[in-house]
Design a protein around this ligand. Structure first.
Ligand SMILES: O=C(O)CCC(=O)C(=O)O
Length: 391
């Protein structure tokens, strides 16, 4: 675990303005208000009395950056670049939304230090989740009650590994809570939206953990680790499904598959957080066969045939480490379209037992959270003062 510290507070949106409403009768007053409000936002953005700065803006998830001058016209310039978007958040590289703008003229900025000229901000559109940008450095990320190290393993598919997120005791508590409810794992039958099958391609056991059905002290542990991982993902914990715990005995596996598909129950699984709950076994690697390929494949049978159901010699292979959490984004950034680079599988366990858990962040649940708590409530940005990069 990283250094323990107090719970981080989300930034307070301190400035909100309307820039478009004018009527014949109130034209002058409205124009004056607009000017004052725009000046307030501009002052907020450039700091007290500092110069107007130019920043680079890159689409969430990567792409060509373009420059944006943070003067009175930044909103219209930004919306002209992303004409389909109703709301555009601009996030910094620490995973904090520093300013936002909506198509109806609202905008705001976090109470944050002035932006340095030339820094890169990432444009997160509408209801879609923040996607951690790839970085050659290992970043240190504030997850509320700890700081964890986040390593980029691959950009296509987008896979990141957070080290030391759960302690040994927390991993043990998740396993012992799940043990009495373990049942044979299932998968959806191809072409079906609700009919499931047991056995190949997935031969492990599974337990779904519903926090409301648990008792203390396990309940507090589950709440704590789920909150920590949600904060790592910069998403509201309510936008994740119940945790699904997995156990693989020797010879058990999950052949190549994606975590999204045609069924609405899984189509919106934007982000998988895979918890590794132990490492005292051999085999059981997680492999992504499309990593480092120019083009992904889109047929499950061809993927399984070409890569022998699960292999470790090409693509990206992750050897489970207790307490680590693997993040991978199953949908294209700023979109609900499946990313076919995300084929992955759990290779045969050779000896010992492998324990892991899925925690899926789903677009439908993000939407439910927004309905309940407000426009940006599915996001959970944290302050990250003093958090930097390690070499
Ligand atoms: O156990 C693993 O390494 C992967 C699990 C997985 O892909 C899944 O349950 O969907």
């Amino acid at each position: 675990m990283g250094k323990t510290r107090g719970l981080a507070k989300p930034p307070t949106a301190s400035t909100t303005t309307t820039t478009t409403t004018t009527t014949r009768a109130y034209g002058l007053a409205a124009a004056a208000l607009v000017a004052v409000a725009a000046a307030l936002v501009a002052t907020q953005l450039r700091g007290s009395g500092g110069p107007v700065v130019e920043v680079a803006v890159e689409p969430n998830g990567g792409g060509e950056p373009s420059t944006l001058t943070l003067d009175g016209s930044w909103q219209s310039v930004l919306h002209a670049r992303y004409p389909e978007a109703q709301r555009i958040g601009l996030w910094d590289r620490h995973g904090v939304e520093v300013m936002w703008s909506s198509a109806d003229g609202q905008s705001g900025a976090a109470a944050a230090p002035p932006l340095p000229a030339g820094c890169t901000l990432y444009a997160v559109l509408d209801e879609f989740p923040w996607v951690w940008p790839g970085s050659p450095e290992i970043r240190t990320v504030d997850v509320g009650d700890a700081h964890v190290r986040l390593e980029t393993l691959s950009v296509a598919p987008r896979v990141l590994l957070a080290h030391g997120v759960l302690s040994e005791e927390e991993c043990d508590a998740v396993r012992s809570t799940a043990t009495p409810s373990m049942e044979q794992s299932t998968t959806l039958v191809k072409g079906q939206t609700t009919v499931v099958q047991a056995g190949a391609p997935r031969t492990s056991s599974t337990a779904w953990l519903k926090i409301a059905d648990t008792t203390e002290p396990e309940r507090s542990v589950l709440e704590r680790v789920q909150r920590r991982v949600a904060m790592l993902a910069r998403l509201h914990v309510g936008s994740a499904e119940n945790m699904q715990v997995l156990r693989y005995l020797p010879g058990e596996h999950y052949h190549y598959h994606t975590d999204t598909g045609g069924s609405p129950s899984i189509a919106g699984r934007a982000l998988t957080a895979l918890f590794y709950l132990n490492h005292n076994f051999s085999g059981g690697e997680t492999n992504f066969p499309m990593a480092r390929r120019a083009e992904p494949m889109n047929n499950v049978y061809r993927v399984r045939e070409e890569f022998h159901n699960c292999q470790v010699d090409s693509g990206l292979t992750v050897r489970p480490q207790q307490g680590s959490v693997l993040l991978f984004y199953n949908l294209a950034p700023n979109s609900a379209t499946k990313d076919f680079f995300t084929w992955h599988g759990s290779c045969d366990v050779e000896s010992g037992e492998k324990w892991a858990a899925n925690f899926w962040f789903h677009l439908n649940l993000m939407s439910a959270v927004r309905k309940r708590f407000g426009t940006r409530a599915h996001q959970f940005p944290a302050r990250t003062e003093g958090v930097g990069e390690e070499g």
